[in-house]
Design a protein around this ligand. Structure first.
Ligand code: GUN
Length: 280
């Protein structure tokens, strides 16, 4: 294996350490809304709450029954919007099917100034229009860019290939890379001959959640590979890449776990601090 390992653990810790003073001064509060129980969500939420505790930030988990109605969700969202004691909130995804089908309506009710996931139309639109964070950027793509920055990996002029076109990772990540003057290709499940495109990538970001999707022969020698897929398997938590194969060809690769995940959590907390600052 030749690739450098791009760990997010130390970087995220440093980012959180850097926020500690502002957290103490501003006293922001994050609210996490969870509807029903999903083992992966439980684990993500635990990590978010642990990081809030580590940085001294107030965090509240609102656990709602899986059969919570859309009307009850709308009412809760309005309460959170109006509560001056809540600096930012997130609705943990995935939602149960009856709410997932009306997710855009729910997000439309969220105050963009408190949308610390950066999922609402205002924040997404601003992200397309500006490279500076005058919006609240979605945490995972922001975490990827912070990781690239911290490891001094240049983006401008590089061919960045994003695999996965979800609203919360693939699409905003593509826009953010474009804002940094990368040449960006976006692939998804309808892309034909995925390997022909990934082999052109100087920076390959994969966010599909399909173990084994990215093999060593799909990598350009020396590429930087950012694995954003997270899947729980019998062998533990794995990403989209066949790690050993890809690491043998790439110049750098993020591990799963311990790569992008901790950066996502740190960026969520940074957004909550930013939200509180802007509300003052
Ligand atoms: N589910 C998986 N990732 C995320 C995330 O970043 N935010 C929310 N709200 N739900 C998620």
């Amino acid at each position: 294996m030749s690739a450098r390992i791009l760990s997010g653990i130390e970087l995220a810790k440093r980012m959180l350490d850097g926020l500690r003073t502002e957290v103490a001064q501003l006293n922001p509060q994050l609210v996490i809304v969870q509807v029903g129980h999903d083992p992966a969500s439980d684990s993500y939420i635990r990590k978010k709450m642990e990081s809030c505790d580590a940085v001294g930030m107030r965090v509240q988990l609102m656990s709602l029954e899986a059969n919570t109605t859309m009307e009850a969700m709308q009412s809760l969202i309005h309460d959170l919007n109006d509560d001056a004691n809540v600096s930012g909130y997130i609705i943990q995804l995935p939602l149960p099917p009856h709410l997932a089908s009306v997710q855009p309506l729910l997000f439309r009710s969220m105050d963009p100034k408190k949308d610390v996931d950066g999922f609402t139309a205002y924040n997404m639109g601003k992200l397309l229009l500006s490279k500076e964070f005058e919006h609240l950027p979605p945490a995972t793509p922001a975490g990827v860019l912070s990781l690239l920055d911290q490891y001094a990996i240049p983006v401008e002029g590089k061919h960045a290939v994003v695999v996965g076109h979800s609203n919360i990772v693939g699409k905003p990540l593509a826009a953010m890379l474009l804002n940094r003057n990368a040449t960006v290709s976006v692939c998804h499940k309808y892309t034909q001959d995925l390997g022909a495109i990934t082999r052109q990538a100087d920076i390959l970001c994969t966010a599909v959640g399909k173990p084994g999707l990215i093999r060593g022969d799909m990598i350009k020698p020396g590429a930087v590979v950012i694995d954003i897929g997270i899947v729980r398997t019998e062998d533990g938590i794995v990403g989209d890449c066949v790690f050993d194969e890809v690491a043998a060809v790439a110049s750098a690769i993020t591990p799963v776990p311990g790569g992008v995940g901790p950066m996502t959590v740190a960026c969520l907390i940074r957004n909550t601090v930013t939200a509180k600052k802007r509300q003052q």
